[in-house]
Ligand binder design. Sequence first.
Ligand SMILES: Cc1ncc(COP(=O)(O)O)c(C=O)c1O
Length: 365
Amino acid sequence: MLKCELDTPSLTLDLDLFEENLCKMRDFAAAAGKKLRPHAKTHKTPEIARRQLAAGNCAGICAAKLSEAEALADAGIRDILITSPVTAPWKIARIAALNERVAGLKLVVDDPEQIRLLSAQATEKHPIHILIDTDPEMGRTGVAFDEVPHLGRFAASFPALILDGVQCYAGHLQHIVSYAERARESTRLMQLGAQAFSILKKEFPSCRIFTGTGTGTAPADVLIPEVTDIQVGSYCMMDTEYLAVEHGGPAFAPALKLISSVISANHPGEATIDAGTKAVYVTPGAPPKVVENNRFVPDIAYSWDFGDEHGHLRFSPDMTFRPGDRLELAVSHCDPTVNLFDELWITRGENVVDNWKITLRGCCR
Ligand SMILES: Cc1ncc(COP(=O)(O)O)c(C=O)c1O
């Protein structure tokens, strides 16, 4: 447990585990001949993006939304891929402005009108780089596999747009518990995406990127020859949702922890802590777990049933907790939990050694 006094609830990042996670994913991708394009939607923290780039073997950084990309650019990050379509005309004007100051800016498109609007804002001096977003049978964003070549050709017909590649991200597969099942389904879909990418690659020399993948499917997806880089996000922090599924590649450790205090303990086998739904995102089926020395403590169950300010712990009767006791918890889903806090307290062993701002907090526009 940490030596210093931190107000609770607070988020901490264990620097040793975080660095181990970074190196494991970097080396794993490099061994497969792929680059990383880590997703900043997980950590929302420019200092982490900087460290991911500095660790090496990176093609760039991903941002989920325009506002995330703008905040990353303000923090000096370049080579940013926006992985969701941007559609409002005034936002497309902001894309053009961002494109003038970030040489490596790219964004995905999945609609002809969006392409027209982008081309109207792009110039010969500042062309806009785009990737066709493919829908891996998820129905969220992207066009069907057989539509990819048509939309790619349409986009490439605008002189101020540069067709850089294709994105295929199968978010619905990432947490399938059985790795064999997850790998089978991801391989099937990524191969379809790869075929569509190869058609465009033959026709357009600029079309060189086939990107996608999350922490869950990465071990299968790196085996697809056409994949150029993997957009992994959660691996650097980890959460109970990911720790509950089989991993097919490197095992990543829960570097992110929530420190919480017991504030009431008047019932045997139960205690109330100061972290409810405002401190840890509700993920049904994957509650936070109490950890000690980076291992889950058995026989303590967290529940959100005490509402927004309080967490409910139930444990075996031979355990006791007193008001003021501090606990470390692995969080349920790291991305939206990080979005609840302004800062990460950086720890080494029992000491707090730094404080990193979660500058992209709330950048969901
Ligand atoms: C487009 C895209 N790419 C990559 C990721 C990263 O996935 P993960 O956190 O599972 O590694 C996400 C996460 O939601 C995503 O939406």
